[in-house]
Design a protein around this ligand. Structure first.
Ligand code: ASP
Length: 392
């Protein structure tokens, strides 16, 4: 059976049984045929700057989304780009809102909101994901529900078009919380998901950047293309200027919270690097008694700070409001981790419909929608709420 037949013409649908023929084909053969050979690469470092303000807390929000934190600045954004981001974030919000208005679950709303962003080339997730050091695209995603605190995640997948859907299937259809790489893809196949070639995810702009970096490394004598003793390129990945991970947090009519996150990770990642996004408590967290939270930023620091869980813990054990907890963890605790390079932000929603979106990068694509369907979309640090919080 040809790979294209398996991937493009498959009649398998989610939750239907795959055909015996499809299962009989060794997954390794499918994945090998799907892989495209692209040479190794390295990429320039790019440190994030910090802003110092924090997020606002409008009430009665039922869904909040983000499209990543980073160097998102008004001076760099054309009107057309701003409009495109505004439209896509609004589309994501409306997709999730429709689910909630129709009495659907917060999990369904999170998945519905994240999928249009995964399908877009505009974010570092799904079809717009950044390139690894090996010139491939690898995704991480997680999802969690706040009533049962069930959770699911996939890490390092290369052939799943909607990693958020696969994460949810791990949660609902497997006894596990996280599946990685080929095993996660094998599981997705058993659940009737189609696998796609890795080049399905190659966005023109990111590919051009990858090739540009590759050729500049080849002509560079500054060590950028030097190899270590093992012959591995030595330039380490750093936090890129604009990451573009996507995430959502939702509150359904039954009062249940859910959160999800989906990403291509850091640009130039190597050695099978996995970030915070698929890690429960670091990338996503949801607990009806505290909050639903999705992270974006330099993942190593979010893992070490267990940032979403730390926000929930301040609320649970310290009686902090959502705004206070989120602002304290992002503005005060994150920058204090290790060498002080921690950077990024979160979206957070509590069971009363309060939202907080603090970040310490110049900008973060974010938006929320109220029970009445009012949409707010913001990009820049200057629009962060920095007024008093509950109890101040
Ligand atoms: N947190 C993600 C990671 O480190 C990247 C991002 O949020 O943009 O993999």
């Amino acid at each position: 059976m040809c790979v294209a037949c398996l991937t493009r013409n498959s009649t398998m649908k989610r939750k239907e049984s795959p055909s015996p023929a499809a299962l009989a084909l060794p997954l390794a053969a499918v994945l090998a045929a799907l892989a495209l050979a692209v040479p190794a690469r390295a990429q320039s470092d790019n440190a994030m700057q910090r802003a110092t303000t924090t997020a606002g807390t409008p009430s009665d929000v039922v869904l909040v989304v983000h499209g990543g934190a980073g160097s998102i600045e008004e001076v760099d954004m054309t009107d057309e780009e701003a409009e495109a981001y505004r439209a896509k974030l609004t589309e994501a919000l409306r997709a999730g809102y429709e689910v909630i208005q129709n009495g659907g679950s917060s999990l369904d709303a999170v998945e519905a909101a994240i999928k249009p962003m995964e399908a877009s080339r505009m974010f570092n997730s799904g079809r717009g994901a950044v390139f690894t050091n090996a010139g491939t695209v690898e995704h991480d995603a997680s999802i969690m529900e706040g009533e049962t605190r069930k959770a699911g995640a996939v890490a390092g997948t290369k052939h799943i078009a909607h990693p958020i859907e696969a994460a949810r299937l791990v949660m609902e259809e497997s006894p596990h919380v996280m599946l990685a790489r080929q095993g996660a893809e094998e599981f997705a196949l058993t659940q009737g998901m189609d696998l796609v070639p890795n080049d399905h995810f190659y966005a023109d702009e990111r590919r051009a950047r990858f090739l540009e970096d590759l050729s500049s490394d080849a002509s560079s004598s500054d060590g950028a293309s030097a190899a270590d003793e093992a012959g591995v390129r030595v330039r380490a990945e750093r936090a890129p200027a604009h990451l573009g991970t996507v995430g959502a947090a939702a509150l359904d009519q039954g009062g249940t919270l859910a959160a999800g996150t989906s990403t291509g990770g850091t640009s130039n990642k190597r050695w099978g690097r996995i970030g915070d996004s698929p890690i429960i408590g670091a990338g996503s967290y949801a607990d009806n008694e505290t909050a639903a939270v999705s992270s974006t930023g330099w993942g190593e620091y979010f893992i070490r700070g267990v940032v979403p869980h730390d926000i929930a813990s301040m609320m649970r054990y310290g009686d902090a409001s959502l705004a206070k907890a989120a602002r304290t963890v992002i503005n005060e605790k994150l920058p204090e981790i290790g060498d002080g390079q921690g950077s990024g932000g979160v979206i957070a929603l509590d069971a009363e419909g309060n939202v907080a979106t603090p970040f310490i990068t110049p900008g973060m694509f974010r938006g929320w929608i109220t029970e009445e369907g009012e949409v707010v979309v913001r990009f820049y640090g200057k629009d962060q709420y920095d007024g008093p919080m509950d109890g101040e």
